[in-house]
Ligand binder design. Sequence first.
Ligand SMILES: [Zn+2]
Length: 365
Amino acid sequence: MAFYQKMKLNKTLIPVLLLILSACSNVEVGGVTPTPVIALVADQPQVTFEAETAPSPVPFQFSLPTPGAEPVSAWRPPLYPIPWAMSPYDHFYFARPIAADQVNWPSADYRYGGVFFGRNIVHTGVDIPTPEGTPILAAGPGTVVWTGWGLFSETPGNQDDPYGLAVAIRHDFGHNDQQLYTVYAHMSLMNVIKGQHVETGEVIGFVGATGATTGPHVHFEVRFPGNSFFYTYNPELWIAPPQGWGVLVGRVMNDKGELIQQLKVDVRSEATNKLFEARTYGKGGAVNADPYYQENLALGDLPAGVYKVSFRYADEDRDRQTWVEIFPGQVSYFKFDGKNGFSTERPPAPTLDFLPFAITATPPP
Ligand SMILES: [Zn+2]
């Protein structure tokens, strides 16, 4: 709106702007000419040109927000250094595959475990929407074990592969003696070759829209113990949060103790009233729960503070709700089952009960 009014004030601005816009489209990013694509993120403000670089007959002008429209900052604090863990069960081992001066957090519309392309295709990673040509960075040190088409179908060169041009890294470290991998899909261009060793933050490729995608973004996965579609885990439990921010995990079950799938859960900040939405996912198929938390819900990038968690359980006529506190750099946990309601007591530490039955003291009957 403000832009349109300025345009009316000064028609000579138009050729100047056209010049600027045409110059932009010729900018080379890493050898790729990006197409003019605007990536909209659910809770991001739309970036508008205020024509500050062009001469204007109005020397100074107050810009007031539209009444009723709450201005939302796109800024998030710098990330904790990796590896980051404040409890033996947390494992924020990875940096983000997009630099901090861009949107570098998962899209809230299609998180891990979401179902989008069809009832039977579940989302095995997170999507970070950024403009085509944005550099994609290695999330940790490791060796490139896959480049190119065919990662999903495990058929090198398969140009029908939904992952498009993808890179997979086998990391120099593991977790609980298990090998860790990360995957970066839908690239426009790759910057590494198979067998190459990379360090955290090294440019391994550029954002694109190859494969099955509705627009440019990087699809990021964390896998262990093997580099397989069936071994993915929720990346929001593996990428370091912004400093002062934390992560919520939940295990939401019905009366029978079964995980509830695709339940919409509202998480609302008591301090700011900002609403974060997530959906539960089920165990099984290509979606796995963290070995310790056994969660079916995870929500990263939450500023520290108290949140109200609510959802509609079964066919009840009002929402179930509880309050959880998010602490800086930590995972907060809640559990729900229909009979007993909410609990924030964490799962017990692994004990000898986890050993195979054959070596317990009690002989089988
Ligand atoms: Zn994705």
